[in-house]
Design a protein around this ligand. Structure first.
Ligand code: F6R
Length: 254
């Protein structure tokens, strides 16, 4: 896997935005569309701010861009300010020229008995759009990617995980406590792109900043491939993965 280390979060975010900009340019030139998998959370906020700046400066159009978000809390209303649909609207979709029907976020309101069907449909839509040109990822302190939380699954089963409903891990809920006003108020479920869906992307950009991520980053890059640390499974797609880190997140690397 390629690993690029930047002095600070600001520089890493700028580099990530410019990588996304060139992915869009190349995909649109070759196939008249770019299909992006997008992440939420604290880490990519500045990346979206840069993409919006590039759009405002006339250097980036989203007209031919199709997006699929990695995950969404479940259940949640799209207008709930803590939903990832609201996050994407506030930070990106409402500031750029992406046609609304090209911006997909898993539906936190789908009735429970249809959740599996909805998730399977999300994977099909991505495939029908030609697959993801780029999947943007963050990493949880527990090593999760999307909301694929650590567990004991054998490797082959973990690598085959599709988009689905999941229960959130304790560390994930602890980290989301601030947004929800307390750990016990964090919505306990989510819909997430699966490991297989993520690994199917033609390229993967994983961004990690801050000392809190250093241990997970070091284990994902240097440890064994195991679903106990889901980000380590990116090793199975090594030639298509780029890590962008700031110095504190890279502190555990040799
Ligand atoms: C977000 C997502 C998560 C986050 C991860 C890191 O869509 O899928 O895997 O990328 O939890 O979150 P932050 O950036 O808030 O530290």
């Amino acid at each position: 896997m390629s690993v690029l280390v930047f002095e600070d979060q600001a520089t890493a975010s700028r580099a990530a935005a410019s990588h996304i900009q060139s992915t869009i340019r190349i995909a649109v030139a070759n196939r008249h569309r770019a299909v992006l998998g997008l992440a939420t959370g604290a880490t990519p906020r500045r990346v979206y701010a840069h993409l919006v700046e590039l759009h405002r400066a006339g250097q980036l159009s989203f007209r031919e861009v199709i997006t699929y978000n990695l995950d969404e809390y479940y259940p949640i209303q799209p207008l709930d300010p803590r939903s990832y649909r609201a996050y994407m609207h506030d930070l990106l979709f409402s500031h750029v020229n992406i046609p609304p029907h090209q911006a997909h976020v898993l539906d936190g309101t789908v009735p429970e008995k249809f959740a599996d069907q909805h998730c399977a449909q999300f994977d099909r839509w991505i495939a029908e759009d030609g697959g993801l040109d780029l999947q943007l990822l963050g990493i949880g302190r527990n090593g999760h990617i999307g909301f694929n939380e650590p567990g004991d699954l054998p490797l082959a089963e973990a690598l085959a995980l599709p988009t689905r409903f999941v229960e959130l891990d304790t560390i994930t809920r602890r980290d989301a406590a601030r947004d929800f006003g307390g750990e016990d108020r964090v919505i306990s479920g989510a819909l997430t792109l699966g490991i297989a869906s993520i690994l199917a992307a033609r390229s993967i950009l994983i961004l990690a900043t801050g000392a809190r991520k250093a241990e997970a980053v070091a284990r994902a890059l240097g440890g064994p491939m195991t679903y106990r640390l889901p980000a380590s499974l990116l090793q199975s797609a090594a030639s298509r993965v780029i890590w962008m880190l700031d110095l504190p997140a890279a502190a555990g690397l040799p």
